[in-house]
Write a protein that binds this ligand. Structure first.
Ligand code: NAP
Length: 492
């Protein structure tokens, strides 16, 4: 059964003649198809969102808050079926997808509350007969473009604050995971029609048309740095507000005092969650020389014990990677590293007992060099390249040895190391002794090539509000500093 797009509160086929196949990465079979949308469908969705904006922006914040809480309630109610569909099309283990749905709902609850409070203010005026206001206003229609690795969560990080601020939305999911996103029609259908619209289609066709549309003043995008650069090229000359969450190459430092019984499973989880297909996956591991040998042999043994298999099976730790080309990229990087002298402690191949599905064994690499692709390009796969350091100065320099700056992790009890780490490492999120823990109130985003702007927290709402300064004089009087200057100069 072909799915449909959701525009102006209705399922529509759109103008598309073609369809996009959505695969199951575990069986490699086709799950379903979605319409390959066109710029004409973008036009229709933007028109619907523009019309809805006329109503949505004036709904009192307290009422909007109730409507956002209702989205959260419906997400929780549909949690099992959404998580199951996410598992089928993305390959993450079911338990991780249940967690994703939970955090997605929590994000709508969070912005329902944050959005209740006006963030404008009264500022000192120039004269006593005046009132000066700072207003926070919505922009209008926000284009939200989302990747496949966390399709619901990363949707919520954009759509929840955009709606809370009074904007309306045109949402374009990844072609890899459009099915779960289309299920959200039932989560949003209590909002005025057109407040949220979901259009499917390729990034080149639908994504480009949305980014370039003159009626869409804000683009909120999560995805690769390459596509982020394309968006800057298209939207920059139009002076659009851009919010870009891009790639990463996060470092994990393990100091000499780290408890290895925690650090070993902690680093493994930070690198292998969702098969390493997390923007903040640990992709470079630096361990103090004094514990390096013990750490590498323990983590190789630990990783070997992880269970690969059907992502719907509760016993599975790692499902398949999301698609074959992503696995091929990992194979290229590992192959290049090995050819240039790296050593595989475990993994480095497709599992021989899983012939179907885009599986790749979690791979521990040592003797890696800083200029190998696996140490400087985003891998987005289940690979743990491990290097070592002697001094903490060296550790900080290694952590900063990247064009990216999304997140970084440290295991230590040493407060001096902790302070240096959070002051000197160039990254948007610094985790100490608790890798990758989310916090809706904590702003998330990147330094350098990892992007522009912040999601989550109050900063995440700011991205969807524009600021106005209002200067109001209660009296309508001429001013002495107007023309003619001659008179003014005489009186001075
Ligand atoms: P991607 O290829 O950049 O695609 C992301 C989204 O952009 C998809 O919806 C895609 O649509 C769309 N797109 C592609 N070309 C476009 C164009 N020319 N104009 C507008 N939109 C376009 O990324 P991905 O493979 O889905 O996701 C993995 C990447 O996302 C990684 O680099 C990862 O680090 C990054 N990521 C970053 C964060 C963060 O918060 N910083 C979080 C998660 C993921 P199609 O699917 O139809 O091509």
């Amino acid at each position: 059964m072909a799915r449909k797009m959701w525009i102006n509160g209705e399922f529509v086929t759109g103008s598309a003649e073609g369809a996009i196949e959505v695969l199951n990465p575990y069986t490699e079979g086709v799950l379903d198809t979605v319409p390959a949308g066109t710029p004409a469908d973008v036009e229709r969705a933007v028109e619907a969102a523009q019309t809805a904006y006329g109503e949505w922006r004036w709904i009192p914040a307290v009422e909007r808050a109730d409507l956002l809480h209702e989205i959260a309630r419906r997400l929780r109610q549909e949690g099992e079926s959404l998580a199951r569909q996410l598992t089928l099309e993305g390959g993450k283990p079911l338990v991780e997808n249940l967690d994703e749905v939970g955090w997605t709902a929590a994000c709508f609850d969070y912005y329902a509350e944050i959005g209740r409070h006006s963030r404008g203010r009264v500022i000192p005026s120039i004269e006593s007969s005046q009132l000066s206001l700072v207003l926070k206003e919505p922009f209008g229609v926000v284009g939200c473009i989302v990747p496949w690795n966390y399709p619901l969560l990363l949707m919520a990080w954009k759509v929840a604050p955009a709606l809370a601020a009074g904007n309306t939305v045109v949402l374009k999911p990844s072609s890899v995971t459009s099915l779960t996103t289309l299920m959200l029609a039932g989560v949003f259908d209590h909002l005025p029609p057109g407040t949220v619209n979901i259009i499917t289609g390729s990034g080149e066709q639908v994504g480009d048309a949305l980014v370039a549309h003159p009626g869409v003043p804000v683009i909120a995008f999560t995805g690769s740095t390459a596509v982020g650069q394309r968006i800057v090229q298209l939207a920059g000359p139009m002076m659009k507000k851009l919010h870009l969450e891009l790639g990463g190459k996060d470092a994990f430092l393990v100091a000499e005092d780290a408890d290895l019984d925690v650090a070993v499973p902690g680093v493994a989880w930070a690198a292998l969650l969702n098969n390493g297909q997390v923007c903040t996956s640990t992709e470079r591991i630096y361990v103090h020389n004094s514990v390096y040998n013990e750490f590498t042999s323990l983590i190789a043994e630990y990783v070997e014990g992880l269970v690969l298999g059907d992502p719907l099976d509760p016993a599975t730790d790692l499902g398949p990677m999301a698609r074959a080309p992503y696995r091929a990229k990992v194979e290229r990087q590992v192959g290049d590293a090995v050819q240039r002298g790296a050593r595989v402690l475990t993994g480095g191949r497709r599992p021989p007992d899983l012939q179907t599905g885009y599986f790749y064994e979690p791979t521990v690499l040592i003797e890696v060099k800083r200029d190998m692709a696996v140490m400087c390009e985003e891998t987005f796969g289940p690979v743990l390249p491990i290097a070592h350091f002697d001094t903490f100065d060296e550790a900080i320099a290694l952590a900063n040895d990247s064009v990216y700056g999304l997140g970084a992790n440290l295991y230590t009890h040493n407060a001096r190391y902790v302070k240096r780490f959070y002051e000197e490492v160039r990254a948007g999120t610094l985790w100490i002794n608790d890798p990758l823990t989310d916090n809706d109130a904590g702003p998330f985003g990147g330094f350098g090539m990892s992007g522009l702007g912040r999601e989550l927290g109050e900063e995440g709402l700011d991205e969807f509000q524009q600021t106005k300064h209002v200067h109001w004089d209660f009296n309508m009087e001429s001013k002495e500093w107007w023309y003619p200057y001659e008179q003014y100069n005489q009186e001075r």
